[in-house]
Design a protein around this ligand. Structure first.
Ligand SMILES: Cc1cc2nc3c(=O)[nH]c(=O)nc-3n(C[C@H](O)[C@H](O)[C@H](O)COP(=O)(O)O)c2cc1C
Length: 196
């Protein structure tokens, strides 16, 4: 009763949504990914900096190059998912800031002139956007399998550049057979929330 979101949507996005470990063959189209991005791009970031960048790994050749950087246990999932995305943070997001924050274009030089500050901000805010993206994948009726079990510096050299910090790899698709581990417990409200 306290939530405005339709209970079926609550289930789709959270209660029934699981992290898939196997995938069906059904392809994931660029149109689906665009619909997901066009939904989740409205999730908030600091100064609207929107630093998330998404690399879709589509060609078999690129998939092979990616799989070799994955931790052993993650390789079969990444090899078989219909689509795999590399999520990264753009440390030079400030170049877009005047366009993204037209009411306060000075923010670029006032707050983000220094690279270490930008890197910290980019990683935090791109990680937020990665979470929005995972929920967006679920909103499209698909399952996501986010993974940080990957050689991130190898991934950066293989697919990105020094201005992009890799965050995670996400397998995307309809779940396949035996797609889930048993659901693990979550911390309760009482465990997590403190009121002062
Ligand atoms: C940032 C992130 C990194 C993860 N890395 C891995 C990974 O490398 N390998 C893996 O099998 N699962 C990985 N997972 C999956 C988590 O273990 C899984 O989402 C969590 O246990 C919740 O599972 P559930 O959605 O089925 O309840 C990762 C999840 C997240 C969000």
């Amino acid at each position: 009763m306290s939530l405005a979101l339709d209970p079926a949507a609550q289930d789709l996005l959270f209660r029934e949504a699981r992290t898939a470990n196997t995938f069906a063959d059904e392809p994931v189209t660029d149109e689906q990914v665009q619909a997901i991005y066009d939904l989740v791009k409205y999730g908030p970031t600091a100064f609207n900096q929107t630093p998330l960048r998404i690399t879709l790994v589509r060609s078999p050749e690129a998939r092979e190059r990616l799989v070799k950087h994955m931790a052993e246990g993650n390789r079969p999932k990444t090899a078989s998912a219909p689509l795999v995305a590399i999520l990264s943070a753009d440390n030079e997001f400030h170049e877009e800031l005047p366009a993204l924050l037209p009411h306060f274009p000075q923010a670029k030089d006032m707050f983000f002139a220094e690279r270490p500050v930008r890197e910290q901000s980019a990683v935090l805010n791109a990680a937020l956007q990665a979470a929005y993206f995972i929920v967006g994948v679920r909103a499209a009726g698909l399952a996501a399998g986010p993974m940080t079990g990957v050689d991130l510096s190898g991934l950066q050299k293989e697919f990105l550049d020094a201005d992009h910090t890799p965050l995670m790899v996400v397998n995307i698709g309809k779940p396949g057979e035996d797609a889930w581990f048993p659901r693990s417990p979550r911390l309760s409200y009482e465990d997590v929330v403190t009121t002062v």
